[in-house]
Design a protein around this ligand. Structure first.
Ligand code: BG6
Length: 496
């Protein structure tokens, strides 16, 4: 579906996000004819760039990062004509009158009817400043055309700052105008979780404490912090990955079926899951949450830096690059079912997957089926890469006797011929253009997620004796994370 005519303003347009993700995603929408005819991008930044310079820079991004990057050069040239640039100091309220003139002029030239989307791709310190100045210029007002505001992560630094930011935004824009982005919600395979659960009769009856033994979610990366050390050292894996992406996955696995597939219904159900997390008290943090940091090692003959040797990272840093934790959702469906989640940088492979571990059969009839841990069915939902679904079940080993072996039923997205998997930003930008906030976070969900994570952050800050376990780069994180499983025979799955 095509969206209505509009101007997309990218604040922070000379930064990495615009170049690597946003503009390439717009190009992919353009190639698929999903952009309206009356459309323009207005890049805003401090660097003094002409329209042409901005277009040239963005064309390089498109050619490197767009899914349709192999399209002929003419297609890129046609597309970049949509891009415009306006330089001003967004910290300075006095300069917004000039910005208003620029956008009004562009609006008149292109005929976009006063419909504006503002994308805050800036440092987080600007998230409450820009909306305030837009509001002062009346650029939030929907009397003539819609006005929408997309806010990038990180949304807050802890519960207090997230609440403050929500309050600041809601002072300038209405909740319905605010789109808080979590790019995990834009992933096709994450959305497919809902379809897997709610369009098949076979899963939902089993999706509860009666049949599920535990749920495991892993999001591992095989790269370090690269050139983001400066940002990451003040953040860490709990803020960077758990508070947003991983808890979102828990929300989608844990939620009740929404009454309809709509923004309010779906988001109500996610919030209910977040509000049902059993709080981890500060004194329990050491028992339930393991943090780690990668140390130097040699991977396939190549010396690999430790986290503390990365650019922008303090030499004595205690920032975690790995988190593993166990917790519970205290509600009717999930009472007593442990959720294990972990994420880390510099692990052996890049994979994000959810594993539903079903309970073992109540009685063990067959050889090879004798241990609880070895005999249970598993549903592996592969978010990335090699997106798909894998079901593991027991089958008779051919030959004499009744010996059970574990076999796989496997579906890969790549088997769907001619199916194009849109990038997360492509899907989310299009949804915002269509005015659909279903796949964006609501303010209360963000706060509920922070409320869960906050005691952990506090415990780490106030108790330096809680260890930051070192793990050699290229390994699966600290061994002590295995101790989170207290039943014999159970442990993490180690995907390859
Ligand atoms: C980002 C984090 O939100 O997600 C990064 O800031 C992380 O540190 C990235 O690498 C992972 O996203 P994806 O889509 O590659 O799993």
């Amino acid at each position: 579906m095509k969206s209505e005519k509009h101007i997309l303003v990218i604040f922070g347009a000379s930064g990495d996000l615009a170049w690597r993700k946003l503009v390439p995603a717009l190009f992919d929408l353009y190639v698929q004819k999903l952009l309206p005819a009356q459309f323009a991008v207005l890049g805003v930044g401090r660097s003094a760039l002409s329209n042409d310079e901005f277009r040239q820079k963005m064309a390089i991004g498109v050619e490197q990062f767009a899914s349709f990057k192999h399209k002929p050069r003419e297609t890129v040239d046609e597309f970049v004509k949509y891009l415009n640039y306006y330089a001003f100091d967004t910290m300075n309220g006095a300069e917004y009158a000039g910005f208003k003139q620029a956008i009004t002029l562009l609006d008149a030239q292109v005929g976009t009817g006063g419909n504006y989307i503002y994308y805050l791709a800036t440092p987080p310190s600007m998230y409450s400043i820009i909306p305030k100045f837009l509001n002062e210029q009346g650029l939030h007002d929907e009397t003539h055309g819609f006005k929408r505001l997309i806010v990038e992560k990180p949304f807050g630094y802890d519960l207090a700052t997230a609440k403050k930011l929500n309050a600041a935004l809601l002072g300038q824009f209405e909740e319905e105008q605010i789109y808080r982005i979590d790019h995990y919600l834009g992933k096709e395979t994450v959305q497919n979780l809902l379809v897997t659960r709610f369009s098949n009769t076979i899963f939902e009856p089993l999706w509860n404490r009666n049949y599920i033994h535990h749920v495991e979610i892993t999001s591992s990366e095989d790269i370090g912090v690269g050139n983001r050390g400066g940002y990451y050292d003040g953040s860490g894996a709990l803020r960077d990955m758990v508070q947003n992406h991983l808890l979102l996955l828990v929300g989608l696995v844990g939620m009740e079926p929404p009454a309809v597939m709509g923004s309010t219904s779906l988001r109500n159900e996610i919030v209910k899951v977040f509000q049902s997390f059993r709080p981890i008290r500060q004194e329990e943090v050491e028992k339930y949450v393991i943090r780690g940091q990668y140390t130097p090692s040699v991977i396939r003959g190549k010396q690999q830096k430790g986290y503390r040797q990365e650019n922008g990272v303090a030499s004595e840093s205690r920032t975690e690059t790995y988190v593993a934790m166990k917790f519970f959702i205290d509600n009717w469906r999930w009472a007593g079912v442990p959720f294990y989640i972990r994420t880390g940088k510099m692990l052996p492979t890049r994979v994000t997957e959810i594993v539903i571990h079903f309970k073992p059969t109540p009685h063990h009839l067959f050889a090879g089926n004798a241990t609880v841990a070895g005999s249970h069915n598993k549903l592996v939902i592969r978010i990335q890469p090699d997106e798909g679904l894998l079901f593991k079940f027991g089958m008779k080993e051919p030959g004499g006797g009744f010996k059970v072996q574990e076999v796989n039923m496997n579906f890969h997205y790549t088997e769907l011929r001619d199916t194009y998997l849109p990038s997360a930003y492509e899907r989310l930008l299009l949804d915002c253009m269509l005015g659909d906030s279903t796949l964006y976070h609501r303010g209360d969900a963000v706060e509920a997620a922070w409320a869960f994570v906050d005691p952990i952050l506090k415990a780490w800050k106030e108790n330096p004796e809680i260890p930051v376990h070192g793990y050699p780069a290229g390994t699966w994180g600290p061994d002590v994370a295995d101790n989170l499983f207290d039943e014999p025979g159970f442990s993490w799955r180690y995907p390859c």
